[in-house]
Design a protein around this ligand. Structure first.
Ligand SMILES: [Zn+2]
Ligand SMILES: [Zn+2]
Length: 325
């Protein structure tokens, strides 16, 4: 996995401003950081992002989407630190069990143990319970039925996961859904939306993803916050390791496709031109108001799914369509 490789790349002979030996060389800043100052810088950056974009306010009930991987574990860890002792804000975590053989069970165990250590309430929801079958079972069905147009497991998985996470967050009274998306995820999403010409999806990106911006009255979608959106993936991974967080390191066995290529493309550019991922995101943020203007009018009407009652852009929502509920 890329994240693991990153740590072998120790800075040679670099020293932190405090005089201690560096564990990380931050090329886009030209700085060397010791363990203490590296971790501090990550926490400061996350806090600054939260503050800058008003991600959290008094009275919030924050649901963290926890997979057991480095990003969501680290974001939960930092939030529990930042919010430590605040009685006016509630924090809890939800994990989704897609039913991916040999991958999910271990990460779910890790997630549950981690929440126990932090004293954070935790719940798990499974595809099997919600949709009647696991992702593996669904993909078996798809393989056997050539008439099914959509064949990539990531589509079934992603659609199902977003659906359950939003529904779960809403039913538990959450006011924010927090995810561990990092700079790499965000820069990839910028490119992918551009390549696919998906201006509507692009218009709903940004630091606080609120699908109901235009319709204050419709609270079916819980606004999503991403405190790590300005932190590169390898730095989140290094932070998780330096803090000794017990995390699940395997990459999902189903991952692939065009997102993979976007990731490689950005990584190659970043190696040659340090800081380019920031530029991609910064430029996008500057264009966002204009993108929202262009996308306005093209947005799908928000309806209620005839089958499940969840928000949908057509009569039947994507989840009910794909999972044949
Ligand atoms: Zn230092
Ligand atoms: Zn539905």
């Amino acid at each position: 996995m890329e994240a693991q490789i990153a740590f072998k790349e120790r800075p040679e002979g670099g020293y932190c401003k405090c005089g201690r030996k560096a564990v990380f060389s931050r090329k886009y800043e030209g700085s060397y950081l010791c363990k203490h100052h590296f971790c501090l810088s990550i926490e400061k950056k996350a806090k600054r992002t939260i503050r800058q974009h008003n991600m959290i306010k008094s009275g919030d009930r924050i649901c963290v989407a926890l997979s057991g991987g480095k990003d969501s574990s680290a974001v939960l860890y930092i939030l529990s630190k930042v919010l430590n002792g605040r009685k006016d804000i509630d924090l809890f975590a939800v994990s989704i069990d897609e039913g991916i053989h040999g991958y999910r069970p271990e990460s779910l165990e890790i997630a549950a143990k981690f929440c126990e250590q932090l004293g954070v309430k935790h719940r798990t929801l499974s595809f099997k319970a919600a949709f009647g079958k696991s992702l593996d079972e669904k993909m078996g069905e798809v393989a056997a039925d050539p008439s099914m147009r959509i064949r990539e497991s990531c589509t079934y998985c992603g659609v199902g996961r977003r659906y359950l996470m939003n529904r779960m967050a809403r039913l538990s009274g959450a006011t924010k859904l927090c995810t561990g998306h990092n700079l790499d995820d965000e820069a990839q999403a910028v490119l992918l939306n551009y390549i696919r010409g998906d201006l509507f999806r692009a218009s709903r990106m940004g630091p606080v993803t609120d699908w109901s911006i235009k319709k204050e009255s419709d609270s079916m979608f819980i606004p999503r916050i991403k405190p790590f959106r300005e932190i590169p993936e390898r730095e989140v991974a290094l932070y998780a390791i330096l803090k000794g967080l017990d995390i699940h390191m395997d990459e999902c066995p189903n991952v692939g496709g065009i997102r993979f290529e976007a990731r490689d493309f950005l990584n190659n550019l970043e190696a040659k031109y340090p800081g380019i991922k920031f530029t991609v995101l910064e430029t996008f943020d500057k264009l966002l108001p204009a993108i929202r203007q262009v996308a306005e009018g093209n947005e799908p009407r928000l309806l209620r799914c005839r089958i499940c009652g969840e928000p949908a852009s057509r009569e039947v929502c994507k989840t009910c369509e794909l999972w044949r509920l």
